[in-house]
Design a protein around this ligand. Structure first.
Ligand SMILES: [Zn+2]
Length: 278
């Protein structure tokens, strides 16, 4: 994703972030309930549901409407997870917790950021437009931890760099006699203004990005998803899915290409910054 206005003092949200998108079934007990630009996923179980990402505060009524449109109850949201601690994925968390009573589970290194409403973010902590209501975390996750509900297991993979606790979620989705490996990418992006060398607030940032790419390369992926629809071609794949035929979200090749391209982007930027720092 391209962050508009990051270089300025004011956050300018991409209009697609708050543009509604039809909710739909992805595979098994996994559904898309996000906007055009910000991805949310609902995992349904007999013991209640898991929601991934809360988005901007303005998106919360839209997420609720999408869940209800699919025939599920927003109030059945038992667990709230995020892709990473940036306002476009977590600003609505306090509101969702208040409305549903969901337990908030966040990767260890992102916990101080979400609990401070973004103030402890290494990059945007003093940018007013990027701050939001703090939300208390009920369970601190560590790399490899499992989140279980009603027989469904999600695994939290620490994929740091974009934020210190950036999380890539994996699960299995069963559709008929097929079981798919689902990967929901946290974010591999180096945002505009990110300092990859001599970063006092995040000294290990470059090493963390490298680690993240190693993790992404190691994950088996059939169904390729992520924190923004643009990562995996939401609009185009949704249109193809509606036309019928094979599940367009099954895209192991697209996943590999995406990870390789993002790694190349990171290496180019790192080389540029390393040279400039000499
Ligand atoms: Zn982000």
């Amino acid at each position: 994703m391209v962050l508009a206005g990051v270089g300025s003092l004011f956050a300018q949200a991409d209009p697609e972030w708050t543009e509604s998108f039809p909710p739909f079934h992805i595979a098994g007990n996994l559904y898309y309930v996000g906007s055009k630009g910000l991805a949310n996923y609902l995992v349904t179980t007999a013991q209640g549901n898991i929601l991934i990402n809360s988005d901007l505060e303005a998106n919360v009524p839209m997420i609720e409407a999408s869940i209800e449109k699919l025939g599920f109850k927003f109030k059945d949201t038992k667990i709230l997870l995020i892709s990473h601690a940036h306002w476009d994925h977590d600003a609505g968390s306090a509101k969702i917790k208040q409305l549903t009573g969901a337990r908030y589970m966040v990767m260890d290194a992102d916990v101080p950021v979400v609990e401070s409403g973004g103030k402890l973010d290494f990059q945007y902590g003093s940018t007013p437009g990027f701050l939001y209501p703090p939300a208390k975390v009920e369970r601190v996750l560590h790399d490899g931890d499992e989140v279980q509900l009603g027989g469904t297991v999600l695994v939290a993979h620490l994929t740091p760099g974009h934020t210190k606790g950036c999380t890539t979620w994996t699960m299995k989705a069963t559709e008929g006699d097929k079981t798919y490996n689902v990967v929901i990418v946290g974010s591999p992006n180096v945002n505009q203004g990110y300092q990859l060398v001599h970063n006092d607030k995040y000294p290990q940032i470059a090493a963390d990005y490298q680690r993240m790419f190693e993790v992404l390369q190691s994950l088996p992926c059939d169904i390729f998803l992520g924190a923004h629809g643009a990562y995996f071609g939401l609009e185009e794949k949704y249109a193809r899915m509606k036309d019928g035929g094979a599940n367009s979200f099954v895209d192991p090749g697209g996943y590999k290409e995406f990870v390789a391209q993002k790694e190349q982007d990171f290496r180019t930027e790192l080389a540029k910054q390393t040279l400039a720092a000499k």
